[in-house]
Ligand binder design. Structure first.
Ligand SMILES: [Cu+2]
Length: 502
């Protein structure tokens, strides 16, 4: 009964308020009147990010702040407050495009030391809570501001009212794994989803090729977590891993204009980058089902957490937690974890001494970050799991076997890759593959053309393989079998080959 009344009330609210809001926006907001993003060009003539180009050091982003919907991994539609990415949208279109355009997590901010970030924030209002007139802000957690003006903490700095745009400026001088969130009514707005990944790449990446870093030779394309000056924070691939969690009762109370249960807040959806397992490994952008509420479906969860690398590579996991209630302990089963940084600082002493440590798990509270290197050189190819050891949070509310978990896929560094199989004019066939160091490779052909052939070995690796020196090799079948000997140029050969790698 109560549910019916609530649904009815929501329907009435929607049928009256949404047209009213749109009418208000159309009459009170001539196109572009309220949104004014500032994107000043880089004219100082100085290459501050070290890439050799003097006029590309300014980075421009435009974020919107408002409300929206996301779906939990069990399918449940969840109301949220959040940030959306308005970068590139003309100022005059931002209000209409970005209302209900929240993403979870907020758009990832990835910048480089030496850059200057102009981050425009437009408050597009809370379409389903027009009774709220909350401002929003951007708080770059851990950023060393010279003054609190751009810090986003409401007590000490500016916050952005509905229909207003403000340009935050950051002179980025320190690399590391940070995070960002809205700091207005922080417990509420953070629980509601105004959280995002943010990290800064170090200038050391831009060192000249063959530079010696205390004996470690830098080459083009090498990447480091920090300016370590010795290559010790080198990595091949990196993934931001942000822990967050939702209390569905809190979110429903917010949607239904009820008193918010702050004291009773209890997270029941534990997530990585805004998704619970198995959504964490879905490579697609997830769309919400806001049409269930009579609105438009929108892309709402763009970030997957499927971690992939080739055996031998070093994986950097940029962990951060913006959970408002719990501590979470996270482990990777079967791959050693090395902690190389914490709180956006490398674990290297002023005298260069490494304070790195190996661990089986890390524990993060809200606002904490850790940089973890997974060295896969002694790890067999296969699928591994990253998950919270708080087993009760391996669920999507009441649905078990979900929650704060994702997969790490370690691939064979030399997978079988057939480049071509060409039938030559003399009736022979030439197969070309990539080299596979350290592997035994045999080529076989099918006995007959039946759907389930038996396979005959036709190649011995030691005999007639031609290595081209460019990472490939070829092998030519000159036709020692009866079917092949009778072929004339132009004949179609339907025999199947397979290559077996051991
Ligand atoms: Cu906010």
């Amino acid at each position: 009964m109560r549910l019916n009344i609530e649904i009815k009330r929501i329907q009435i609210m929607k049928s009256i308020l949404i047209p009213l809001i749109i009418l208000m926006l159309c009459t009170a907001l001539p196109a572009g009147a309220a949104v004014f993003s500032q994107n000043p060009p880089d004219t100082d003539g100085i290459d501050t990010d070290g890439d050799g180009i003097v006029d590309n050091d300014h980075i421009y982003l435009h974020m919107s702040a408002g409300d929206g919907f996301v779906n939990m991994a069990d399918g449940r539609l969840m109301y949220m407050f959040g940030f959306g990415n308005a970068t590139g949208i003309p100022d005059g279109m931002v209000m209409m495009e970005q209302m209900l355009g929240s993403e979870f997590p907020a758009p990832t901010i990835k910048v480089r030391e030496g850059q200057k970030l102009y981050l425009n924030l437009t408050n597009v209002g809370m379409m389903l809570r027009p009774d709220l007139f909350d401002p929003h802000s951007v708080h770059w957690h851990g950023f060393p501001n010279a003054a609190p003006f751009f810090d986003g903490v409401p007590d000490a700095s500016i916050t952005i009212n509905m229909m207003s745009t403000f340009t935050y400026f950051y002179n980025i001088i320190e690399p590391g794994t940070f995070m960002w969130h809205c700091h207005v009514e922080a417990t509420e707005h953070m629980q509601m989803g105004m959280l995002g990944n943010l990290y800064v790449l170090p200038k050391q990446d831009m060192s000249a090729p063959a530079t010696s870093l205390s004996g470690f030779i830098h080459e083009k394309g090498f990447k480091y977590t920090y300016n370590d000056e010795d290559g010790s924070t080198y990595y091949d691939v990196d993934f931001p891993i942000q822990l967050s969690a939702f209390d569905p009762d809190f979110h429903d109370a917010s949607l239904n204009v009820q008193p918010l249960p702050f004291a009773l807040m209890e997270d029941k959806y534990s997530m990585i980058n805004g998704r619970g397992y198995p959504d964490t490994i879905n490579p697609a952008v997830l769309w919400n089902t806001a049409s269930d509420e009579g609105l438009m479906d929108r892309p709402s969860q763009p970030v997957n957490s499927l971690i992939t690398a080739k055996q031998g590579e070093k994986i950097l996991l940029r962990f951060s937690s913006l959970v408002t209630t719990h501590y979470y302990t996270v482990t990777v089963l079967g791959i050693p974890m090395k902690v190389i940084g914490t709180g956006a600082r490398p674990l290297i002493s002023p005298s260069g001494e490494h304070l790195f440590y190996d661990t089986a798990s890390i524990t993060l509270g809200g606002g904490e970050a850790k940089d973890i290197i997974l060295d896969t050189s002694a790890v067999e190819p296969g699928t591994y799991f990253l998950y919270t050891t708080n087993m009760n949070y391996l669920s999507n509310n009441e649905e078990d076997f979900g929650g704060m978990m994702t997969e790490i896929v370690i691939d064979d560094p030399y997978p079988l890759q057939i480049l071509s199989l060409i039938y030559n004019e003399d009736g022979s066939a030439t197969l070309t593959c990539y080299e596979q160091p350290g592997k035994t490779v045999n080529i076989e052909w099918a006995d007959g053309y039946t759907p389930t052939p038996s396979w005959n070995q036709v190649d011995n690796p030691a005999l007639d393989r031609v290595h081209h020196g460019d990472g490939t090799w070829s092998w030519t079948d000159f036709g020692t079998d009866p079917e092949m000997l009778g072929l004339k140029p132009g004949d179609v050969l339907s025999r199947s080959y397979r290559v077996v790698v051991q």
